[in-house]
Design a protein around this ligand. Structure first.
Ligand code: ADP
Length: 436
């Protein structure tokens, strides 16, 4: 196929040549050359106008019929336009499918722009969040979902964890809200109805709390009788002493489990959280004394290095339980002659409570699961040491209630460090107390 440009150049050359030939015959070369070139320009202008009209005529799909180079230009433009239309159609179909599927989703979905204004919502958002598809478009989401917890969630922008709130339209419905950032500072809000899940969770919690509570009294009675029989000098009981000791040990274990389960239920139920200034150095000194008693003949060195002027705002009972769990674990899982260090200090990130030991350590694959209930690296060893498998679960809950985080570093046969980091907002700097 001929190159249209070459053909066009030939056409121009032919026009000029014809004008020159006719000019040499008529002695009016300049005039004829001007006329020929003007006609040539007029021909181009005609096509240019056709192109202009075609581009401006909306909805006109087929291009004008041109000649020479212009036909080529029109054809290429036509194909470009056709490709664009197809692409647009495909995109529209995809968008439709996306909107249809999100509209059918049982979870409320809201598309938000960078300013937190609503761009699009699905129909579940109407039922769960009380939003109106057309009227609320362009509104700020915080003006429509007005719970303080939601506002705080958006301000904090910590979207790794979902937020649980009551549905604005119905207090009996519990929602789990997730915000997923995407594109250019846009956000997708997804709200899921978790009422049933929350109810089941509540049933489970109540069940554990009730059963623990019910077991407490019979266990106390049993334990009491066993203690009396152990202390009894009656020779008839003498052969039973080893069995009585074992029974006493086991009921003691059960009592510890029941107490830990009750503690966990209390922590989970979010029951009133009495907060006051906790004098840390004094509390840690008593924990150290208890740890020395627990350590017994193991001849472990237990050192305490606490900043006496650094106090915590929180619940003393809960914090005592969490810290003593960590210290007693260090005693239990560190062999005789080992070293345990308890530290309480402050830096730029907040205050830190740290327990380090040079004990048996924990294999890295077990570390992420340690705070699960009844999770033990070595169940036999934990039982022998009097553990319930609930200690670190209690620690996790107590720390959560104090906005603190737990960090575990450990190496097998080298030792472990359990650190609790408290945010600066929970720390109080005071003069040391007289008895610290
Ligand atoms: P337990 O009552 O069994 O000690 P915890 O929840 O307190 O239950 O601890 C869970 C598990 O974590 C323990 O069984 C033990 O395997 C491991 N663990 C906890 N603290 C230490 C430590 N300081 N050194 C080694 N292992 C530890």
């Amino acid at each position: 196929m001929n190159n249209p440009w070459t053909t066009e150049l030939w056409r121009l050359t032919a026009v000029i040549a014809l004008a020159l030939l006719a000019g040499s015959l008529t002695q009016a070369t300049t005039l004829l050359l001007i006329i020929a070139l003007s006609l040539y320009i007029l021909w181009h202008l005609y096509h240019l106008r056709q192109l202009y009209n075609w581009l401006n005529a909306k909805g006109k799909f087929h291009p004008p019929t041109g000649r020479g180079l212009w036909r080529e230009v029109f054809d290429q433009l036509y194909h470009l336009q056709k490709r664009n239309r197809n692409r647009k159609k495909k995109l529209a179909r995809f968008l439709n499918r996306f909107q249809e599927s999100t509209a059918a989703m049982p979870d409320a979905t809201v598309v938000l722009d960078a300013q937190w204004q609503i761009q699009w919502i699905n129909s579940a958002a109407r039922d769960l969040l009380g939003l109106r598809p057309k009227k609320d478009a362009g509104q700020y989401i915080t003006n429509l979902l007005r719970q303080p917890a939601f506002k705080h969630y958006i301000e904090q922008a910590a979207f790794q964890q979902p937020l649980e709130i009551h549905a604005p339209a119905d207090d009996t419905v519990q929602l789990s809200i997730r915000i997923i950032p995407y594109g250019k500072k846009q956000h997708l809000l997804v709200a899921r109805d978790i009422t049933r899940l929350t109810q089941l969770e509540q049933v489970r919690r109540d069940f554990v709390a009730n059963i623990s509570h019910e077991l407490r009294t019979p266990l106390t009675v049993l334990n009491g009788y066993l203690e009396t029989m152990q202390d009894d000098d009656d020779p008839a009981l003498a052969p039973w002493q080893p069995s009585l000791n074992q029974m006493h040990q086991q009921t003691g274990r059960m009592k510890n489990i029941v107490n830990d389960l009750l503690m966990l239920s209390r922590l989970e139920s979010g029951a009133s959280h009495h907060s006051a200034t906790v004098y840390m150095a004094a509390m840690l000194a008593t924990i150290r004394e208890d740890a020395i008693a627990l350590s017994g003949d193991k001849k472990q060195t237990i050192t305490l290095d606490a900043d006496p002027g650094l106090q915590l705002k929180g619940n003393e009972g809960e914090l005592h339980s969490a810290f003593s769990n960590l210290v007693f674990n260090a005693v239990r899982y560190t062999p005789s002659g080992g070293h345990i260090t308890i530290r309480w200090h402050k830096d730029k990130q907040g205050a830190h409570f740290e327990v380090s030991d040079d004990g048996i350590g924990i294999p890295p694959q077990n570390i992420p699961r340690l705070t699960e209930r009844f999770y033990r690296v070595d169940a036999g060893r934990s039982r022998d040491e009097g553990g319930t498998g609930l200690g670190l679960a209690i620690v996790k809950h107590v720390l959560q209630r104090h906005q603190a985080t737990l960090l575990i570093k450990s190496a097998v046969n080298k030792g472990s460090t359990f650190s609790c980091r408290f945010p600066a907002s929970t720390v109080v700097q005071t003069r040391p107390r007289e008895d610290d």
